[in-house]
Ligand binder design. Structure first.
Ligand code: 4NP
Length: 144
């Protein structure tokens, strides 16, 4: 089944572009995008060390550019997937009246035991971030 999924983090340069790139590689017939709840990095490619860690495992994201999440995204996707509870709240605060698009945490999928995707911009654990994202993304795709 083809699905439209939007991944959302804060800056749209580490976690959500990683989820975007991992998921489009695993489910090439799905329509995948990513965005940030902030405008801090709009127009920028993913963070260099994030790209490098992903490339080392065959995931390419150099073509992506950061953009800011907005209310129109609720109608453009079948599901919105946030990287942590703060960003989920920022998304929900923009929900248009009457819209029922589901918004989940990425860590809702799979059995990783995690309740959010830690931000590698601060932790510097780019590989751990990718491991978690890959496990959750596989479970999300398997769910259909
Ligand atoms: P992201 O990580 O939300 O996973 O893209 C961040 C990247 C940059 C900043 C914060 C989070 N920043 O403060 O610039």
């Amino acid at each position: 089944m083809s699905k439209r999924i939007l991944f959302v983090c804060l800056g749209n340069i580490c976690r959500s572009p990683s989820a975007h790139a991992v998921t489009r590689a695993l489910a090439p017939d799905w329509q995948i995008d990513s965005a940030g709840t902030s405008d801090w990095h709009v127009g920028e490619p993913p963070y260099g060390p994030m790209q490098k860690a992903a490339r080392a495992r065959g995931i390419e994201m150099a073509d992506l550019r950061a953009r800011q999440f907005g209310p129109a995204d609720f109608d453009a996707f079948d599901m919105i997937v946030a990287m942590d509870a703060d960003n989920l709240a920022r998304i929900e605060a923009q929900r248009p009246a009457g819209n029922e698009t589901p918004v989940h945490l990425l860590t809702d999928f799979g059995n990783t035991g995690a309740d959010h995707v830690p931000d590698p911009y601060y932790t510097r654990d780019f590989d751990g971030c990718l491991d978690l994202i890959e496990a959750c993304a596989r479970a999300l795709i398997a769910r259909g």
